[in-house]
Design a protein around this ligand. Structure first.
Ligand code: NAD
Ligand code: DAU
Length: 373
């Protein structure tokens, strides 16, 4: 079949990538979707069971650092668009093992860029109709102050905000963790390929995602699973850090819109104006799990265990996504209350998915991580 577009999505077996692959495979039957993933500990093909038999879907197990393999794939499938999500994504792991983050996030992105450059420049039409879309994070901007520790309603948000400043597309990069430093570096390479070679690139920087299929080393799925099994909930520091949470499907919707309608060489911030202190979101999660499991609401609050803080722990993230709303009309579709209810329900109903991941190697890793705190 002659497909209208041939898209390479990297990291499609991970958390956000699997939602993006699902959306594109189902919404665009006339696009061929090639999911390239190395299947690291974070990649899981079970995340895509429901669409794996779709005729327009193809999985390739490969490393984004493998230049020859990437070159071969781009030409073989005549790839005209790349949505790049593959990365090492967990801050705590980056503190223990920064090299892996530099390799995958920096060298892997550069490898993809250079392979795409050589392939697209070899075609008669060159860069026309091509797109390299890089998915990045708000963590590249550093950390914001907590100038309103008790939270107030703001003009631009229906929700509480915890400070006067927000991350905007113009905010200066100031990454603190090895993870965010590696993502910042990859963002710079992507922009450099536009500025130097004219590659049609786009970068988006998104806030914390939550929802189904997230690897249970991240706060929300980890805590849902621990509450279920009545294990301690390790809250870093005093639980005062603020994060801005977005339902993962809304991130995937934004990616779809920006891939098709976003302006070349632009940056868009993606976030839901939904700031929460860790300790507050943890209490919401505990109450929701308790209620859905038929326990007395709040009976597991005593699982909260304050532990040594994360090194260099960023205090507050808060995205201003006004540009995306004004220019492209994107808004989150779900209120946080609905999103968290759906998320907790999904993890409780998909215990087999969780058990597969939390057995074996990961269990050993996690126990050691926790013991070292
Ligand atoms: P994830 O860790 O769940 O998934 C990453 C995927 O990349 C996995 O499937 C893994 O196997 C694959 N991968 C890792 N190294 C690879 C390599 N060398 N070659 C090929 N594949 C490789 O990550 P996520 O949370 O879904 O994040 C996806 C992207 O979105 C990342 O670039 C991340 O920086 C960015 N992001 C994440 C969030 C968030 O809240 N999770 C927010 C903003 C931006
Ligand atoms: O902001 C976007 C980023 O969000 C993404 O770029 C990252 O890939 C993603 O992992 C996420 O980073 P965080 O470090 O904010 O997410 P994490 O779920 O690890 O932690 C959320 C907050 O909860 C953070 O302040 C640390 C805290 N925390 C986390 C864990 C795992 C705890 O207090 N205890 C924990 O056990």
């Amino acid at each position: 079949m002659n497909y209208k577009r041939n898209l390479l999505i990297t990291g499609g077996a991970g958390f956000i990538g699997s939602h993006v692959v699902r959306l594109f495979v189902t919404k665009y039957p006339d696009y061929r979707i090639i999911n390239l993933d190395k299947l690291t500990y974070a990649g899981n093909l079970a995340n895509l069971k429901d669409i794996e038999a779709s005729p327009n879907y193809l999985f390739v197990k490969a490393d984004i650092c493998d230049f020859e393999k990437i070159q071969e794939l781009l030409a073989q499938y005549r790839v005209d668009g790349i949505i790049h999500l593959a990365a090492e994504s967990h801050v705590d792991r980056s503190i223990k093992d920064p090299f892996t983050f530099a390799r995958t996030n920096v060298m892997g992105t550069l490898t993809l860029l250079q392979a795409a450059k050589l392939y697209w420049e070899s075609l008669p039409e060159g860069y026309e109709g091509k797109r390299f879309y890089h998915i990045s994070t708000d963590e590249v901007y550093g950390a914001l102050e907590l100038t309103k520790p008790n939270g107030i309603k703001s003009d631009i948000s229906a929700h509480e905000v915890y400070g006067d400043e927000f991350f905007r597309e113009t905010t200066k990069y100031n990454p603190h963790s090895p993870y965010s430093a590696s993502k910042a570096s990859s963002d710079h390479f992507v922009r450099a390929f536009h500025d130097t070679y004219g590659m049609p690139t786009i970068v988006t920087n998104c806030s914390n995602n939550y929802g189904p299929y997230q690897f249970p080393e991240k706060l929300i799925p980890l805590f849902i699973n621990n509450i279920r099994h009545r294990k301690p909930l390790p809250v870093y520091g005093k639980g005062e850090n603020v994060r801005d949470w977005l339902y993962v499907v809304d991130h995937a919707r934004a990616i779809d819109l920006i891939f098709h309608k976003g302006k070349i060489a632009e940056t868009y911030n993606i976030g839901g104006f939904n700031e929460w202190k860790n300790i507050d979101i943890i209490k919401v999660v505990i109450r929701t799990v308790d209620r859905l499991l038929g326990r007395k609401e709040g009976e597991d609050l005593d699982l909260i265990t304050y532990v040594t803080d994360r090194k260099g722990h960023d205090l507050r993230y808060a995205i201003d996504s006004t540009k995306l709303k004004t220019e492209l009309g994107w808004e989150p579709s779900l209120q946080f209350e609905e999103g968290i209810e759906l998320t907790v329900k999904w993890y409780l109903e998909n215990q087999a998915w969780m058990d597969n991941i939390t057995s074996g190697e990961y269990e050993k890793y996690y126990e050691e991580m926790y013991r070292n705190r």
